[in-house]
Design a protein around this ligand. Structure first.
Ligand code: FCB
Length: 474
């Protein structure tokens, strides 16, 4: 019998969600449309024409959802605040009814001994700000800092863990490059401008948060940094890796952690933009001291130079589009990593999580690391007796938690893990078809049923140790 893998006693065991994916109630209490409300209404953009109008109705059921988390044994919960709910249109005064929802949610979490972690931006830009130019416009970064101060002031007394942006890569490159995410634009120059203004928004909002919150609070960002691998060590493949690493990782962690963009990024993207939107002082504003870094990991990325690619290879796993999310990288080919895959088609490879953690231990010495998302979609269905068995998800979690444990043994300062996701929800362009939850949601009744993985993960949270994958959570 293998020994269970024991984690440090203070390690946080959480689950993650985001506002648009779970809340619903899109027209209540003064909320205005976000770019995702608009995108969902654009024919052909979201699978099945699904929308977040109701989602899993968390806005009304948050008490039950918190009770469920407590019942499972979770000690932490990462959620996002909907910008158009607390500052409709992205300007002007806060709407107290919107903020009150988050105050109630946080109080409920604290009453159950669950530590809240707030993400300020998980992709739901107020539509009015997109109409004014969106993330490619500099002004959006200043709007964001103002919004951050509103939320920081309202919740900073009771929420210690703050995350400015979730996966700015997706906001910039899926939102403005490939167009598979809202607002659905396909303009590589706009995508690079968006990336810079998201960086600026991160820096300005970090400063704004610190101005209104107690010093004990922790400020972080959640990056979906790619683990980029190549098919060979041929020079053209290594060059493809370097370029994609710049566009996936260095473009964000460079300015945020080191105060500079990777030198070669400018030359690599010169035919798309001259970067004149980077103004004097921006890098200083972006490069703010952080307390922690959030890493979101699902699968590694495998690239080669175009000459080493089979025709048409572009398996970068981010949805169907004729436009690449990677600016000025048409001569890089993307390949499917070998191995078993989840329902998203993403290859299961826990070694990538270990590699990622160890990389950021080196890139960001002194910063606490949190895995702010990790998980898998499977085609879960209830048995005739109503129970939902998801042994594949348990195996996925087992593999990835073992990788986290190994990283700690290898010296990484990892302080917590947030499973994506607490419950099945609106999976962006895939609609409700992809189920990432540890808790099953019946979309006809919105009833929640913990899957066997939820029980298994709850045991991990309660004992602080990962049992063998075979225990099945029963
Ligand atoms: C991440 C997102 C999250 C969810 C998972 C599957 O990129 O942050 O909202 O969609 O992927």
């Amino acid at each position: 019998m293998p020994e269970p893998l024991t984690f440090p006693p203070a390690f946080l065991w959480g689950a993650a969600t985001s506002a648009y994916q779970i809340e619903g109630a899109v027209r209540e209490d003064g909320r205005t449309p976000s770019i995702w409300d608009t995108f969902c209404r654009t024919p052909g953009k979201v699978n099945g024409g699904d929308t977040g109008d109701i989602a899993v109705d968390h806005y009304h059921r948050y008490r039950d959802d918190v009770a469920l988390m407590a019942d499972l044994g979770l000690t932490a919960y990462r959620f996002s605040v909907s910008w158009p709910r607390v500052q409709p249109t992205g300007r002007g005064p806060a709407v107290q009814r919107g903020l009150d929802f988050y105050r109630r949610l946080v109080d409920e979490l604290l009453a159950h001994g669950i530590k809240p972690a707030v993400t300020l931006y998980h992709w739901d830009l107020p539509q009015e700000l997109e109409d004014a130019g969106g993330w490619p416009e500099r002004e959006t970064a200043y709007r964001f800092a103002e919004y951050a101060a509103i939320v920081g002031e309202a919740l900073g007394d009771r929420v210690e863990q703050w995350i400015t942006l979730n996966e700015p890569w997706c906001s910039a490159f899926l939102g403005y490059g490939s167009g598979v995410h809202a607002p659905g634009r396909t303009d590589p120059a706009a995508a690079l401008r968006a990336a810079h203004h998201l960086n600026l928004a991160h820096g300005l909002s970090t400063t704004a948060l610190r101005g209104v919150m107690p010093a004990r609070n922790s400020v972080a960002v959640s990056l979906n940094s790619s683990v980029v691998r190549t098919v060979s060590d041929a020079p053209e493949d290594l060059d493809a890796k370097r370029r994609i690493d710049n566009l996936a990782n260095g473009i964000f962690h460079g300015p945020m952690l080191h105060g500079a963009y990777p030198e070669t990024l400018f030359a690599d993207t010169a035919r798309v933009t001259d970067w004149s939107f980077v103004q004097q002082g921006d890098l200083g504003a972006i490069h703010q001291p952080l307390d922690a870094l959030g890493l979101n990991y699902y699968t590694p990325t495998l690239v080669s130079g175009a000459e080493n690619a089979p025709a048409g290879a572009r398996a970068d796993g981010h949805g169907e589009s004729n436009h690449s999310p990677w600016p000025a990288a048409d001569d890089v080919a993307f390949h499917q990593t070998p191995g078993d895959r989840t329902e998203m088609g993403w290859t299961i490879d826990p070694t990538g999580l270990h590699e990622l953690i160890m990389r950021y231990s080196r890139e960001a010495p002194g910063l606490a690391l949190y895995i702010t998302e990790n998980g898998a979609a499977y085609d879960d269905k209830p048995d005739p007796d109503g129970r939902v068995h998801d042994p594949e998800r348990i195996a996925y979690l087992h593999g990835h938690l073992s990788a986290v444990r190994q990283s700690i043994t290898d010296g990484a300062d990892v302080r917590g893990y947030y499973l994506w996701s607490l419950m099945d929800n609106f999976e962006w362009a895939y609609g409700y078809e992809k189920r990432f939850g540890a808790v099953y949601v019946d979309y006809a009744t919105l009833a929640r049923t913990p899957k066997s993985s939820a029980r298994w993960y709850g045991e991990v949270a309660r004992t602080g140790a990962v049992p063998s994958a075979e225990t099945g959570g029963e």
